[in-house]
Design a protein around this ligand. Structure first.
Ligand code: PEP
Ligand code: MN
Length: 362
């Protein structure tokens, strides 16, 4: 008995060290037959490492399907028995955590709506104390790396050894192309701060629709993510939750085949030499750009001095508009997008204002 259990834990750890790690399954477990058929069809693709299913569903508005609850856990046990796929579910309370562990769920994840709430994360962490189970932590719904980090720390302090991250995008008001804007830079920064944690991408909840799943998954792979969690359903259009973003197991397999899997590295001296040369050029340009920016700030300080002497405001909207318009026109000619120009000049402008502020209020 002991030996068998140890084996199951080893299998899961092995999967977690595999790259890419592919996790798939329905947004929600709905019926035993649905869970088992999904698992079998996923297993048949030979491309999926773990089975996911939501048992308790945090829905934004009441009245929609809020998960089958604990009675769905034995279905997952059965699916694992039939297919060999280890299982993973989302937990948000102590009771859910205890139940999931009681029914041998192999890995747990903390959802975006839980990561935002330190009370809830702590409650789950306390329930995890003493458990030997990997835990993945989704980014919080709002773009706040400290909350994400705090959740990692709470779970780590509970003694959980294997922790990973899931990037599922960040919510914003109004309609956008995405259900949750990816804000890739935040996930990249989180990866930079925590190189020892695996980073999984969840295209399903980023996209909220099927047609752009592949594009987002490819981008994640290009950014060296460790794996993907993608929702799949035997009858996506009639899924009880997140119908628009789910795909059949067979469609998932097609998508995984369409992805160009990149390596982080190759053992070729010529490749490394060429890369090194280009990287040196980039470093050189970065140095130059910083030097130029520093010069630009010195000019801004001089202007600040004049403004101070003549008692004029720092911000002059018409001048700011002129700078931006000029930059858009030039940017378009040399292949720099409007969004980038706006972000870049916003940052430069703010730094200029800070420099002038110092001079004027010295
Ligand atoms: C889910 O994975 O089904 C889910 C509820 O995701 P999130 O926490 O990203 O909203
Ligand atoms: Mn979902």
């Amino acid at each position: 008995m002991q030996a068998v259990e140890k084996n199951a834990k080893e299998v899961v750890l092995e999967k977690l060290n595999k790259k890419p790690l592919i996790i798939s399954g329905p947004c929600s477990a709905e019926t035993e037959a649905q869970v088992i058929e999904t698992a079998q069809r996923l297993a048949n693709t030979g491309k999926v490492d773990m089975l996911r299913a939501g048992i308790w569903k945090p829905r934004t508005r009441p009245g929609s399907f809020e998960g089958i609850g604990t009675k769905g856990l034995p279905w997952l046990q059965q699916a694992k028995k039939l297919t060999g796929l280890p299982t993973t579910v989302e937990v948000a309370t102590a009771k859910q955590t205890e139940d999931a562990l009681h029914f041998d769920v192999d890995m747990l994840w903390i959802g975006a709506r839980t990561t935002v709430n330190p009370f809830s994360v702590q409650e789950v962490a306390d329930a995890l104390r003493g458990a030997d189970v990997p835990v993945l932590i989704k980014n919080p719904i709002n773009p706040d790396l400290e909350l994400w980090t705090g959740a990692v720390e709470r779970v780590a302090k509970a003694g959980i050894k294997k922790i990973g991250l899931i990037h599922r995008g960040f919510s914003s008001y109004g309609n956008t192309d995405y259900r949750n804007a990816p804000m890739w830079h935040l996930a990249i920064e989180m990866k930079r701060r925590n190189p020892e944690l695996i980073m999984i991408n969840d295209p399903s909840h980023i996209c909220g629709r099927r047609d752009i799943l592949l594009e987002v998954a490819q981008k994640a792979i290009d950014l060296d993510y460790d794996g993907l969690m993608i929702e799949s359903h035997i009858d996506p259009d009639n899924a009880w939750s997140d119908a628009k973003q789910q795909v059949t197991p067979e469609k998932l397999a097609e998508m995984l085949d369409a992805i160009v899997w990149r390596k982080e590295d190759v053992n070729s001296e010529a490749f490394h030499a060429a890369l090194e040369k280009l990287r040196q050029q980039i470093n050189h340009l970065d140095d130059e750009m910083m030097q130029l920016l520093s010069q630009r700030m010195k000019l801004a300080e001089k202007i600040g001095q004049y403004k101070k002497e003549n008692n004029i405001t720092i911000l002059q909207t018409s001048r700011w508009n002129e700078i931006l318009e000029r930059a858009f026109v030039r940017g378009e000619k040399i292949g720099l997008g409007k969004e980038f120009i706006t972000k870049y000049f916003d940052a430069v402008h703010m730094e200029s204002i800070n420099h002038q502020n110092k001079i004027m209020n010295a």
